[in-house]
Design a protein around this ligand. Structure first.
Ligand SMILES: [Zn+2]
Length: 188
């Protein structure tokens, strides 16, 4: 579907659908992009294919649309990427900028993973299997990113914030992206 996707010098994937989020800022100058963080998200939880993830990342989520939204409507969050159930790829923030996806987090002793990571959300939950289309897109995306940036690790949100987060959850099959780990040039 995304055969040989590429990333441009501005940090955007050419074939992604771009919906810009205001929720980003500059990466600290000394940070290199070295980590990919995989998440799951669905809004309302467990419901797929609505517009609410886009609303959340663009600060347009209405607390009146669902009771769950009242608890998150004031969050200022984003991710670099979202892969929907059909495998379509959306980008909200340039990879060169810092998206706000990780929150309080630590990876191998370094705090604030947003500084040095790229966030990829899979539309899904901790209770459902992900779609083959999503793994296919994810693999191509990661392969593109590790060619462009000095990525040394790929982790789940639950790996970098284990006391707070469970995503991408038990249904995320890490072995489906095993080849991506094998392709990391800058192994740590
Ligand atoms: Zn997450």
């Amino acid at each position: 579907m995304f055969k040989s996707i590429s990333i441009n010098k501005s940090g955007f994937i050419d074939k992604a659908k771009i919906i810009l989020s205001p929720n980003f800022d500059n990466r600290p100058t000394k940070s290199t992009i070295s980590l990919i963080v995989i998440h799951n998200i669905s809004l309302p939880p467990g419901i797929y294919e609505g517009k609410y993830i886009f609303d959340l990342f663009t600060n347009k989520l209405s607390p009146d649309d669902h009771e769950y939204f009242r608890s998150i409507t004031n969050l200022k969050v984003s991710s670099h990427f979202l892969i929907r159930r059909d495998g379509s790829l959306f980008q909200f923030v340039s990879c060169l900028d810092r998206a706000w996806h990780a929150g309080e987090s630590t990876w191998r002793g370094i705090n604030n993973c947003n500084d040095f990571s790229i966030g990829i959300e899979l539309e899904g939950s901790d209770y459902d299997a992900f779609e083959t289309n999503q793994y296919d897109c994810l693999k191509e995306l990661i392969q593109c990113l590790i060619k462009e940036y000095p990525i040394i690790s790929i982790a789940g949100h639950s790996d970098i914030a284990p006391s707070r987060k469970t995503d991408p959850g038990p249904y995320f099959k890490w072995d489906k992206i095993k080849t991506c780990f094998d392709q990391l040039t800058y192994k740590s």
